[in-house]
Structures are given as C-alpha cells and as structure tokens.
Design a binder for this molecule. Structure first.
Ligand SMILES: [Zn+2]
Length: 124
C-alpha cells in the first residue's frame, strides 16, 4: 500500500478497484475514491485521467468540491448544505438502481469478481 502521496497525482490501484489522491486544495487530506459503478468511474483521456462524479470532501475541514477532468482540477462553486443533502440523496438512488441491475446481470458480475480474484493470485 501507498504510505505517501504526492500532490497533483491520481493514484490508481486497478486490482483493488480504487484510486486515491491528495485533496486538490493542498490541505493534505487523502481522498479515496473506490472505482465501482456505485462510486466513481475513471476514464483515461489523452490529456489525463477523468473521475466522475465530482469529488466532495465534506468530511474534511476544507469542504473542497471539484472535478478531475482530463488531468485537471475544475473547482465547483461552493455548495450549500441543502445541495449537499440533495447530492447525497441522488447518490443513494444511483446505488439502488445499480443493485437492481445486478439482479438482472448476475453472470457479468460473477465473472468480474473472478477476474479480480485471479489477478490477486497473480494468475492473469
Ligand atoms: Zn482540502
């Protein structure tokens, strides 16, 4: 595991399905973003990585909110606590939709877990 992160770099551990970076405001907080259809998705572009949805560090003192797009940090306007609550609600709805989808797509999910397991064993 990584013990020290450098600012401005998005670290991706594909085998663990996770990415991490230091908060873009410079406060030093480590921001972990699980890469999962219910969490964040990572896209490699010619200019750099894009993460979606946005990063909202509500649990940190800085309350930073930004996007990482094409390797760049795009700052969001400050959210009111009402907007934060609304954002959390839509996240919740997205999760529910995803888990409903799983019921219909069992074989795909099983295969993906197996791939991850194989790579953990160094078989692929
Ligand atoms: Zn910060």
């Amino acid at each position: 595991m990584l013990t020290e992160l450098a600012p401005g770099i998005l670290y991706v551990a594909e085998e663990f399905g996770a990415a991490a970076h230091l908060c873009a405001c410079g406060c030093g907080a480590i921001v972990r973003t699980p890469l999962d259809p219910t969490e964040w998705s990572l896209e490699e572009t010619a200019k750099g990585p894009s993460l979606s949805p946005s990063i909202g560090n509500w649990q940190e003192a800085c309350q930073s909110h930004y996007w990482i797009e094409g390797g760049e940090v795009i700052w969001a306007p400050e959210w009111s606590s009402r907007q934060i609550a609304a954002g959390r609600r839509s996240e919740q709805e997205r999760r529910v939709r995803y888990y409903n989808d799983i019921d219909r797509k069992q074989p795909t999910i099983l295969r993906r877990l197996w791939d991850r397991f194989k790579s953990a064993l160094g078989m692929s």
